[in-house]
Every structure is written in structure tokens, then in C-alpha cells.
Design a protein around this ligand. Structure first.
Ligand SMILES: Cc1cc2nc3c(=O)[nH]c(=O)nc-3n(C[C@H](O)[C@H](O)[C@H](O)COP(=O)(O)OP(=O)(O)OC[C@H]3O[C@@H](n4cnc5c(N)ncnc54)[C@H](O)[C@@H]3O)c2cc1C
Length: 626
């Protein structure tokens, strides 16, 4: 497997890998990672569809990417996906997946046209005092000291960030800024989360800094992501005869470790891989300290069928196993209009965490699940789906987002954060309808909050103890509904379903290199790890792209598909993006206007005189750095 960039490889069709007709694949999980791996197996690996088996413990596919109407409870979307134009592996795949909406076009075409015609941006990013625009006015409001703290993190080598928290690098100068309010609510970061991931995020999305305050950086699908992404992938895979096995829990995968060296997969030195090769040869490239070239082979899958019967699948080296380890929606639970969502934290057999623990116990290079799942108090948050049943709540929504929710176009254009909410509540309304079957005059609102243990401002109870109706009441209070009408509206004009996700932020827990297994561990013969808890360089977790990238890398490595995997978008290596982000972070203030002491001023003057009349000066002026 090697990385590429540009469009030479993007449009190439790889040759059929040698020996693929004799191979089979078992994919554990049916989230985006496993479904993408299955798509890459049949599209690029040209594996026979009927040789591909998807083993999923749930009764339906999709994993974290959900969106259903439960007959007795109502609509549920645990999340909504903010996405990017530079989700390279995702678009590489979705260009081939036919839309299930419009005949003859791809999912990518559909998404591209939609976001071209109806671009996303917000007209109110946050409110205070029960529905008044918080007046952040698209500003980050970072002091010079705060900007320097961010810069320092940006330039700190990854190794120095292992096990560190964001609060080890930022203090109230950053935490009290609009920047932090935007950032942590948009990406669901907490102050105690990983400083390493925070840095990777800044680098990964450096080209989007200017588009963060009003969300013009974002793009969304037409419907919820189960309907807009998962269903087209399922239809595509079924067309190839891929075998889906639902209600099947994988308890463990057994490995044989040893018996010589595993397959060597040196850097190819092709395309972008020349850079990785150089890094590897120079010795500056950090290696997983737990890796070894010893042969590692998956020999058996132990599973429990829907009826409770246990079964094993014996594996040869022609049987490839793709394991989605861990899981951000493991143990998630639903409440209803009149019941809270239970807070189930116990890790049980047959789930993603327990399976990973059993696998990890077999070799040090298979990662450390307990670095991520040891304390749900640090990783949980909740969301709720509010369905409006009549028109009473709509004027309060319009008053804030300045748009009519029923035009079919962008509504809030991303989340609206309630700045003075004790729960740190945010809410969003994506293009309506969010479900193809949704009544045309009902509006679906996604509400979420980061602090589920703090009493609310109106309901006076922690979110995790609230019924759907009570969560709706807290939201109605913050959007300015008169107190006398709140309870009646929450009871009769809306149906709200809460969801508790104890491990939703598990991947943000402070970690070190080696805590997540490599997508294909060194020495692995026939298996790979997929999803948010597998390690791939430079990309950032909690994204659809991350999961899909691991699927592509896993298939390309194990089948030796001879085509480049698109590298993570390289804006961090583009001086134009870096300059632009630097100025945007300072709300447009030139770097030369920074408060400097006398020595610093003299140094700056000297540098400016040195670059006078050069292209460097021109570039700095062009990006308004000086
Ligand atoms: C609330 C929320 C908001 C999000 N927001 C965004 C966003 O704004 N932008 C963005 O890009 N991404 C977002 N994401 C992330 C994105 O949706 C996920 O990263 C992605 O869907 C995860 O896919 P996955 O396949 O890696 O894992 P999962 O979807 O978790 O899939 C794992 C699958 O494995 C199954 N499984 C686990 N253990 C076993 C076992 N032992 N046996 C059999 N099956 C098993 C599970 O049931 C599950 O189906 C969000 C996710 C959530 C939940």
C-alpha cells in the first residue's frame, strides 16, 4: 500500500490482484469502516462478492451512522455528520456508489450538486440569554498569548504530546475565547482530552480555519447518513452478492503469533510514498514501540449467533479478517419522550470493547483498549432528537437561525451553541426532511450537550436523568419560549428521544503511539484493524473519512492492490494555507501588529528589511500577514 496525490492515480483502475479468486474476507462490524472495506474489496480488489462476509452484532447495518424511526419511540439520529471536501478516500469510493435517489448518478454527484446549489453557512453560531445572538460575529477573539499557546501546540512534536491533555497546553486565555467555544462544541472535545489529537486536528483542518466560525467549511448529506450513505453502500454490496450476517456477535479472534517472520511490506518508494520511505530511512520516523516483524496470523473467529448458539470459523491464510475494534457508540442507549436513556457503562462480552480486550491480550502490537474505555465519565455525552408536531415551536427556531426550516434548504447551517447553558447545549437543524418518510410539516432538531452530569438551567436536573420531554423543555427555555408555555409545548408540540453514549469520546482520551494497533500490524499475514481505534498516519478521528480510510488502507495492503491510496489532504504543507490560517486565527490582524517588546520589534524590522522586494514579501502581503 502506498499513498498518492493528484489525479494521475485517482482515475486509474488497478489490475486484479494476484490470487484474489481464492481468497475470502470476514469483516467484523458493518459500520462505515467495514462497509468501505467491503466496497474496496469488490471494486478495487475485485474479490467475488459472495466471498465477502459481514458479521454484525446488531440487527441492521451502519454502526454509528444511524437514522431510524422506531415505531413506538419516534425518530432517532444519534449524530449528524459535518463533512469536508477533502475526505479523499470517502469521495474516491462514493464516486462509484450509485445514488439510490437519482438514477444514473453517484452518491458523490448528488452530494456535490446539493452543496454547490445550497452551500452551508450559519447566520447565528451561538446564543445567550434565552435566544439572543451571542454576538460572536465570526470572531475567534484570541489574545496574542492565546494565539501563541495554539502555535506552541502546533509546533510541539507528537512524541511530546503522548498521554498529555489539552489543558496541559492551554489555559483560560484559550479556554475563555470564542475559538474554544466554537472548537469544542463543533468537534466535541473536552479540556481533559488528548493534546495530540487536538494538534492533529489543527493540522488536518488548517485550510478550514477561516470557515469555522460560520461553518462555511462544512458540507452535509441530503438526508440522515443512514439513508444518504449507508443504504447506497448496502445496495451496492448486495449487487455484488456480498453476504450480510446480522445478530452475530464476534466474541474473539484467535491468533497464532510466531513461526518466523511475517510478510515484509517495505515502503514502495512510489508516488507520495517516497516521502515515507525517506522518513523511514532517516530514522526520524517514529515507530510503534510494540511492533515486531514476527509472523501473526488470525486462525479462528469465535462467534455467537442470534439464537445463542456458538460457532467458530477456521481461517487459512487465504481468509482475510477485518476487525472493527472498540467503538464510539458501544453501550449507547435510547430513552423516550417519558423515560431517560439509561447510562449503561458495563462492558459486556460480544461488544467492540470486550472483543478488542481479548484480541489485545494476544500481542502487544494489538493496542491498549483500556487507555480509551476506562472512565466513561470522561468520554460520555448525550444527544436527543426532537420532532416538532405542529407549528408552535417554529417561530422561535426562525428567530434564531433566520431561515424557514421548511424550504428544503440549509436551516441552521451547523450547530447553534447555547453559550450560557450549564449542560453546554448545542442544537442543529439540517435540511428538512431529514428522513424520506418524514411528514412534510414536522421538523427534526438534533440537540446535544457535553456536560451530562450538570443540572440544567430550567429543568434543574442533569441531562442524563432527563426524559425526552424534559430535555426538550430545557431546549425550549434556551430558545426563548415563555416559561408558561414550555411544559405544554414539550408535551404536546414535540416528541423527543434522548440517547446516552458513554464511550462517544473514547477516541479523544490521551494516548501514545502504540495504544491503537496499526491498520495492518507489522508481521500480519491475513488481518487488519479498522475504524476509529486503528492507527493511520496524519488523519484525525471522529470522522467518516477516518473510518473509510482505514477500510481502504486495509484492503490495499492485504490484497496488495497496485494503486495509490489518496494521502491525507496536505494543506498543512501548503504555505498559503498556513499564512491564511495564521491571519484568520488573529481575526484578520496582521502578524506585524502583534504586541512585541523592543527586542522582538527590532528583530521583526530586520527580517522585513531582508525580505523586502522578494517573492516572500509579496506572498506575505498577499495573505495580509504584513
Ligand atoms: C453522535 C455522532 C456524531 C458524529 N459526528 C460526525 C461528524 O460530524 N463528522 C464526521 O465525519 N463523523 C462524525 N461521526 C463519526 C462517524 O459517524 C463514525 O466515526 C463512523 O460512522 C464510525 O464507523 P466505524 O465503522 O469506524 O465504527 P462503527 O460505526 O462504530 O461500527 C462498528 C460496528 O461494529 C459492530 N461490532 C462491534 N463489536 C462487534 C462484535 N463483537 N461482533 C460483531 N459486530 C460488532 C458494531 O455493532 C458496529 O456496527 C459521528 C458519530 C457519532 C456517533
Amino acid at each position: 500500500m502506498y499513498y498518492s496525490s493528484g489525479n494521475y492515480e485517482a482515475f486509474a483502475t488497478p489490475k486484479k490482484p494476484e490470487g484474489v479468486d481464492a481468497k475470502s474476507a470476514y469483516l467484523i462490524g458493518s459500520g462505515l469502516a467495514a462497509l468501505s472495506a467491503a466496497c474496496f474489496l469488490v471494486r478495487d480488489g475485485q474479490m467475488k462478492g459472495e466471498h465477502v462476509h459481514i458479521l454484525e452484532k446488531d440487527p441492521i447495518p451502519g454502526g454509528a451512522c444511524d437514522g431510524y424511526k422506531y415505531q413506538d419511540i419516534g425518530y432517532v439520529m444519534r449524530g449528524g455528520r459535518e463533512m469536508d471536501n477533502h475526505f479523499e478516500c470517502m469521495w474516491d469510493l462514493f464516486r462509484s456508489i450509485p445514488s439510490i435517489e437519482t438514477e444514473g448518478v453517484s452518491v458523490l454527484d448528488e452530494y456535490y450538486w446539493l452543496n454547490k446549489e445550497d452551500p452551508n453557512y450559519s447566520l447565528c453560531r451561538s446564543t445567550r440569554a434565552r435566544g439572543i445572538d451571542a454576538g460572536t460575529n465570526g470572531k475567534f477573539a484570541l489574545t496574542d498569548k492565546a494565539s501563541m499557546e495554539i502555535m506552541k501546540l502546533f509546533f510541539t512534536p507528537n512524541e511530546e504530546l503522548y498521554g498529555k491533555k489539552i489543558s496541559d497546553f492551554f489555559d483560560d486565555e484559550v479556554f475563555d475565547s470564542n475559538f474554544w467555544m466554537y472548537w469544542r462544541t463543533m468537534f466535541a472535545f473536552e479540556n481533559w482530552h488528548s493534546a495530540l489529537e487536538m494538534k492533529l486536528y489543527i493540522k488536518r483542518y488548517i485550510h478550514h480555519i477561516g470557515g469555522l466560525p460560520d461553518f462555511s467549511a462544512l458540507r452535509f448529506t441530503r438526508y440522515n447518513q443512514y439513508e444518504s450513505m449507508i443504504l447506497p453502500m448496502i445496495t451496492y454490496l448486495e449487487g455484488f452478492g456480498v453476504q450480510f450476517h446480522y445478530n452475530v456477535k464476534v466474541d474473539n479472534v484467535e491468533f497464532k503469533i510466531g513461526g518466523g517472520m511475517g510478510p515484509a511490506r517495505p515502503h514502495t518508494g512510489v508516488g507520495q510514498d517516497t516521502i515515507l520511505k525517506k522518513q523511514a530511512e532517516s530514522g526520524t520516523f517514529v515507530r510503534n514501540p510494540y511492533s515486531s516483524p514476527t509472523r501473526k496470523m488470525a486462525t479462528r473467529i469465535d462467534l455467537t449467533e442470534a439464537d445463542g448458539a456458538t460457532r467458530t470459523i477456521a481461517l487459512s491464510d487465504n481468509d482475510l479478517v477485518f476487525i472493527t475494534n472498540g467503538g464510539c457508540v458501544e453501550n449507547s442507549s435510547m430513552g423516550s419522550q417519558n423515560t431517560p436513556a439509561p447510562y449503561n457503562t458495563e462492558i459486556k462480552e460480544g461488544g467492540g470493547w470486550d472483543m478488542w480486550r481479548k484480541i489485545a491480550a494476544q500481542d502487544p502490537s494489538f493496542g491498549h483498549p483500556d487507555k480509551f474505555c476506562y472512565d466513561p465519565e470522561q468520554t460520555n455525552w448525550m444527544s436527543a432528537t426532537v420532532e416538532t408536531l405542529d407549528q408552535r415551536i417554529i417561530p422561535y427556531i426562525k428567530n434564531i437561525c433566520k431561515r424557514d426550516p421548511f424550504t428544503g434548504k440549509v436551516v441552521t447551517g451547523g450547530i447553534v451553541t447555547v453559550k450560557d447553558s450549564s449542560w453546554l447545549m448545542s442544537w442543529t437543524i439540517n435540511r428538512q426532511p431529514q428522513f424520506r418518510q418524514q411528514p412534510k410539516d414536522h421538523c427534526l432538531v438534533w440537540v446535544y450537550a457535553l456536560f451530562t452530569d450538570k443540572p440544567g438551567d430550567y429543568v434543574k436536573k442533569p441531562m442524563r436523568e432527563c426524559t425526552g420531554k424534559e430535555i426538550c423543555m430545557e431546549w425550549l427555555y434556551h430558545i426563548g419560549v415563555p416559561e408558561s408555555e414550555i411544559e405544554d409545548m414539550a408535551a404536546n408540540s414535540a416528541n423527543t428521544v434522548p440517547v446516552m453514549m458513554p464511550y462517544i469520546d473514547a477516541f479523544f482520551m490521551p494516548r501514545a503511539y502504540g495504544d491503537r494497533p496499526k491498520v495492518v500490524p507489522d508481521g500480519a499475514v491475513n488481518f487488519a484493524f479498522l475504524g476509529q481505534f486503528a492507527e493511520t498516519p496524519r488523519d484525525t478521528i471522529f470522522t467518516t473519512e477516518y473510518s473509510m480510510r482505514t477500510g481502504m488502507e486495509a484492503v490495499y495492503t492485504l490484497l496488495n492492490v497496485d494503486r495509490g491510496v489518496p494521502e491525507v489532504w496536505g494543506s498543512v504543507y501548503d504555505v498559503r494555507d498556513l499564512l491564511d490560517a495564521t491571519v484568520k486565527l488573529r481575526d484578520g490582524k496582521k502578524l506585524s501588529d502583534m504586541e512585541l517588546n523592543l527586542v522582538e520589534k527590532m528583530a521583526l524590522k530586520k527580517v522585513l528589511s531582508k525580505i523586502h522586494g522578494t517573492d516572500i514579501e509579496k506572498l506575505l502581503k498577499e495573505y495580509q500577514v504584513i
